[in-house]
Design a binder for this molecule. Structure first.
Ligand code: ASP
Ligand code: MG
Length: 464
């Protein structure tokens, strides 16, 4: 079971976590928890690391002091015995002290092993949360140990967005976690973090605790993965934008993977793959309504209904030119700008070239926050001034609207999608390899309309 930032951030949430764990303990012989940092903590850590690189000592010290206060206040408010409490306070202090030290070193040598330093700083939130949760479980009669995934999840060296090596990780899990679980101990593992084969700390990308959970599940041959958060499950659209959105009961792995990739922030974009590999079903559930079924992903369902099940919208930058030619310089420059402004790489969503036209679309990472497209557009334009070869490209903020469903690659579904969008100028259209989704690129002013039209396909089906 994975508990996200909103499920560990308050005493109320922790009470739910505890009662859910006590109950599930009775039903399963082996139980493993993965926890994220308390809500907002990773953002604060990223800010601290950024300030350290800039040499703003006062700012990062203030941020660390606030983090300390927040964790100490939580520890103060949960029912713990005196020994557990003071041990925990000591843990928080030493972890934050180490992290402050890393900030100081980064401030003094901003260039030197910067990536490693960043990942060690931003991963501390999960270590704090795991210790708090394990103490709470112990206090309530469960045998539980906080485990840092730096010893368990072995990754490549893509700092900030690492991918686990399943074989090496499986060996660690077999040696360290399985024997523990067999002694009825519930390990509470830090989400989000891992380390390279040489022991350098890495992180799995924002929202990476989901990926930790699915990686551990695959490597421990889990029967099921449950992701707990503060919403009922995945929705047919973002309910803030589409009030008629409803909860989705069931999705295939392909559908869930496409949804995660194309903008549903509830799931990490690469977390589905390990589950598909192990054929492990996933449930997404609400800690405040644990009796509710939530959304099921993957396990066999009998009523596979073709057609659209969910729609998403993400922001992107579209580049158009009346030319054909190599796109490598364009891609390299855009990527560089995105990386320096948002901390995440730009992903090419689709390119199309005809004899006299090119269109390339770069998705703005959802983790970069909303309303960043104009800022990025200006930054890219600014950068392009240094490259006269790129002068022909016009740039506009666009939206990528994706319809995810079953058998979306069929001609029938494709024409359904095009038919409902007939009044909307579509700049580009693509079908994804999974066969579970179709994306269209539209100017941002048409985004809501396109989303609403496509969502209507779902609503109509519901009525039928
Ligand atoms: N705490 C990390 C983040 O905020 C990982 C996670 O929440 O899954 O991105
Ligand atoms: Mg998340």
């Amino acid at each position: 079971m994975k508990f996200g930032g909103t499920s560990v951030g308050t005493t109320l949430a922790l009470t739910q976590l505890l009662s859910i764990t006590l109950q599930e303990r009775e039903r399963w012989t082996r139980l493993l928890l993965v926890v994220s940092a308390l809500e907002g903590v990773t953002d604060a850590l990223i800010e601290a690391a950024y300030n350290a690189q800039m040499g703003n000592q006062r700012s990062y010290r203030r941020l660390v002091a606030n983090l300390r206060m927040r964790h100490m206040a939580l520890i103060e408010h949960i029912p713990l015995g005196q020994n557990e409490r003071s041990a925990l306070q000591g843990n928080v202090d030493s972890l934050l002290y180490e992290m402050l030290d890393a900030c100081q070193r980064l401030a003094e040598n901003p260039g030197e092993s910067r990536q490693v330093a960043l990942d060690s700083i931003i991963g501390v939130g999960e270590k704090l949360a795991a210790r708090i949760v394990a103490a709470l479980l112990r206090q309530n009669g469960l045998r539980s140990v906080a485990m840092d995934a730096t010893d368990l999840i072995i990754t490549d060296k893509v700092y900030g967005n690492a991918t686990p090596n399943m074989e090496l990780t499986r060996a660690r899990i077999g040696a360290q976690l399985i024997p523990m679980m067999d002694r009825a101990i519930i390990p509470v593992v830090t989400g989000f973090i891992g380390s390279t084969t040489t022991g350098e700390p890495t992180t799995l990308g924002r929202g990476g605790s989901d990926y930790t959970a699915s990686t551990l599940a695959l490597c421990a041959d889990a029967d099921e993965v449950w992701i707990w958060s503060d919403v009922d499950g995945l929705m047919s659209a973002d309910p803030r934008e589409m009030p008629s959105a409803t909860q989705i009961e069931h999705l295939t792995y392909d559908e869930a993977a496409d949804l995660a990739y194309f903008g549903v922030r509830l799931l990490h974009s690469r977390m589905i793959e390990p589950l598909r590999m192990g054929q492990i079903p996933l449930q997404i559930r609400n800690i405040y309504r644990p009796q509710q079924a939530g959304t099921m992903v993957g396990s066999s369902r009998t009523n596979l209904i073709s057609g659209v099940h969910a729609v998403t919208s993400i922001q992107a930058l579209g580049f158009q030119a009346a030319q054909r030619g190599p796109l490598s310089l364009l891609a390299a420059r855009v990527n560089e700008t995105f990386l320096s402004k948002t901390g995440s790489q730009a992903e090419v969503m689709l390119t199309s070239q005809s004899s006299n036209q090119s269109f390339v679309c770069f998705v703005v990472p959802t983790s970069a926050g909303i309303d960043v497209t104009h800022m990025l557009q200006n930054a890219v334009l600014e950068d392009f001034r240094n490259y006269p070869q790129l002068a022909q490209w016009t740039i506009q903020p666009v939206s990528v609207i994706t319809a995810v469903g079953y058998e979306m690659a069929s001609i029938a579904e494709m024409s359904n999608v095009l038919a409902v969008l007939r009044a909307i100028p579509v700049l580009a259209l693509t079908q994804h390899l999974s066969g579970s989704s179709i994306s269209v690129v539209v100017e941002q002013t048409y985004a809501h309309g396109a989303l609403a039209q496509l969502h209507e396909l779902i609503v109509q089906k519901r009525v039928m």
